[in-house]
Design a protein around this ligand. Structure first.
Ligand code: HEC
Ligand code: HEC
Ligand code: HEC
Ligand code: HEC
Ligand code: HEC
Length: 178
């Protein structure tokens, strides 16, 4: 490398380092372990996943196709809950299903509160993990037993890198930051 080229590289490196520090200061880190925000409807995974044996992808249907798994539209719920409504056959009420019905009749999306989130400067492609056979529960815990759903893992950099080292997946900086 000529001297001139060598010196031309430093401002670039400095800018990169400054950008990394700025990014982390502005965007902060991942959502914290244990996070369990109150949801607009107390949605129980258990009867759906355990009793009805529904596949996770029925509701989170882009987990194997895109970076984000997505949440189900109200219509996905109403396929069953127009029949299984807010009033049980014995006349007793199911208040959570009354709320669901209200969102459906008002044609309003349910404002679910996002639980797991990595900062914007981190790339996390769900489909790569799901298609490599890493189960949802490895990263999210026993969601089917949780009410409400909470964040089981730290989602910090060490957590990601540890698994990549164990499973011999690339872990140079540019895999997750670009
Ligand atoms: C396997 C994915 C992965 C790899 C590889 C990775 N990182 Fe990260 N990195 C993350 C995640 C996730 C976070 C956010 C974690 C948090 O702050 O909770 C993060 C956060 C950061 C932050 C912000 C730290 C803070 O405290 O706010 C910096 C700076 C950073 N990484 C630099 C690097 C560098 C340099 C490398 C290469 C040596 C690297 N990362 C490799 C996933 C990764
Ligand atoms: C009948 C639809 C349905 C099925 C089936 C379903 N989920 Fe969900 N899931 C939801 C809804 C609705 C939410 C948002 C409400 C909440 O967080 O409690 C959610 C939230 C989640 C979240 C938290 C998302 C966030 O904001 O970070 C995870 C993780 C999750 N589900 C994993 C799973 C897994 C794993 C399975 C299979 C074992 C599964 N889900 C099956 C409907 C479903
Ligand atoms: C495949 C059919 C099916 C789909 C799709 C479905 N559910 Fe259910 N859901 C059920 C059944 C069956 C029960 C159990 C009813 C019972 O215990 O009597 C149930 C129970 C519930 C309950 C608990 C009711 C109570 O208080 O006892 C809530 C809340 C609920 N579902 C919300 C939802 C939401 C929100 C969605 C969409 C994200 C959804 N369901 C999608 C079939 C379904
Ligand atoms: C390798 C770990 C890992 C696996 C495997 C995994 N997830 Fe996630 N999940 C995460 C992380 C990390 C986030 C936060 C991602 C972000 O902020 O971009 C997340 C976020 C989510 C969200 C909230 C994001 C949204 O789109 O609303 C849902 C829902 C979810 N995961 C469901 C699932 C389901 C269902 C499976 C299995 C089919 C699964 N995840 C497999 C780590 C994982
Ligand atoms: C439990 C294990 C596990 C955890 C935890 C995990 N990963 Fe991965 N990751 C994998 C596996 C396995 C692959 C390889 C998929 C393949 O070969 O296609 C992968 C692939 C990736 C890729 C694509 C790599 C490429 O070569 O293009 C990215 C980006 C990535 N992970 C980011 C993350 C981030 C960010 C986190 C933390 C928020 C994380 N991963 C946590 C197991 C994990």
């Amino acid at each position: 490398m000529t001297n001139r080229k060598k010196w031309a590289v430093y401002p670039g490196l400095l800018a990169l380092a400054a950008a990394a520090i700025l990014l982390s200061a502005v965007s902060g880190g991942s959502t914290p372990q244990g996070r369990a925000p109150e949801q607009p409807i107390r949605f129980p995974h258990n009867p759906h996943v355990v009793a009805l044996q529904m596949n996770c992808l029925y509701c989170h249907n882009s987990a194997n196709k895109s970076p984000d798994p997505g949440l189900p539209a109200v219509n996905t719920c109403m396929g069953c809950h127009t029949v299984i409504g807010p009033r049980r056959p014995d006349g007793t009420e199911r208040p959570e299903l009354a709320k669901l019905q209200q969102f459906a009749t008002r044609n309003q999306p349910i404002p679910w509160v996002r639980i797991h989130k990595v900062p914007d400067y981190v790339q996390f492609p769900h489909m790569r993990h799901v298609n490599a056979g890493v189960t949802c529960q490895t990263c999210h815990g026993q969601v089917q037993e949780m009410l409400p759903v909470y964040q089981q893992e730290s989602l910090n950099m060490g957590w990601c890198v540890n698994c990549h080292v164990q499973r011999q997946v690339r872990y140079d900086c540019s895999v997750c930051h670009y």
